[in-house]
Design a protein around this ligand. Structure first.
Ligand SMILES: O=C(O)COP(=O)(O)O
Ligand SMILES: [Mg+2]
Length: 237
């Protein structure tokens, strides 16, 4: 049995939008507000991908030997959310994002966004970047009981749109996306320019990789979408 991709689900941070500068700035303002030393942007960037709470925990863990109390964590979260709300709109789309989404939409692919970012930031950010209208469904890190790498958000999108997971493709920048896609039974394609905890993606673990999202258009036209997701697609950019 051969499956044709009908749904493409996009990760947000590090795939559609370059959010790291604003996330790092908000995290450093939070640390300063708590009387703690700032961290290099690259270090904070490597903490992106598992949601805001995990990012805050990891930033705090770098400056204190013991786990923060619930009160300190609540203060940190309030500060981070306040600072991030003020600067999130400055994040830019990566090259190729707008033309790729436009083309895929014209070609009739169903499009969705699945991110571990808190919901209160996701929609405003997509709207400000002019991307919100491309997506039929947007699922954030706190929309459902579980987030990526759990397959639940991806399966929820497939179910909402009436698409089989085997007809869906996840496009992301990190191992979190790869694990979620593989657990859901979806194809997975990665970009090399994102964050992935500061590491390069192991391309052996994905169906394909594209340098920028415009390459997806050709990739999806290849007749190499394979049954059972046991073999790789032949196109590695
Ligand atoms: O908020 C995060 O940690 C990452 O979000 P992402 O799933 O869009 O990469
Ligand atoms: Mg990401």
């Amino acid at each position: 049995m051969r499956f044709q991709v009908r749904l493409v689900m996009f990760d947000l941070d590090g795939t559609l939008l370059d959010t790291a500068p604003q996330i790092a700035e908000a995290a450093n303002r939070m640390l300063v507000g708590l009387g703690r030393p700032m961290l290099p942007q690259a270090q904070i960037t490597s903490y992106i991908g598992e949601g805001a709470q995990r990012l805050i925990q990891r930033c705090l863990a770098d400056s204190m030997p013991v786990a923060p109390s619930a009160t300190l964590f609540a203060d940190a979260e309030r500060l981070y959310h306040g600072f991030y709300a003020a600067n999130a709109h400055l994040s830019q789309a990566f090259e190729g994002v707008m033309p790729a989404l436009t083309q895929l939409k014209v070609q009739g692919y169903r499009l969705a966004c699945v991110t571990n970012k808190p919901e209160k930031f996701t929609l405003p950010l997509l709207q400000q970047a002019g991307l919100a209208d491309f997506f039929e469904v947007v699922v954030s890190g706190d929309s459902l009981p579980k987030k990526k790498p759990d397959p639940l958000p991806l399966l929820h999108i497939c179910q909402t749109l009436g698409i089989l997971p085997a007809e869906a493709m996840m496009v992301g920048d990190s191992e979190t996306d790869i694990q979620a896609a593989q657990a859901a039974g979806c194809f997975v394609v990665t970009v090399p320019y994102g964050y992935n905890q500061g590491r390069a993606i192991d391309v052996a673990t994905v169906d394909a990789t594209v340098k920028q999202l415009t390459e997806l258009v050709n990739l999806l036209e290849l007749p190499a979408l394979l049954s059972g997701h046991t073999k790789k697609m032949t196109y590695i950019s």
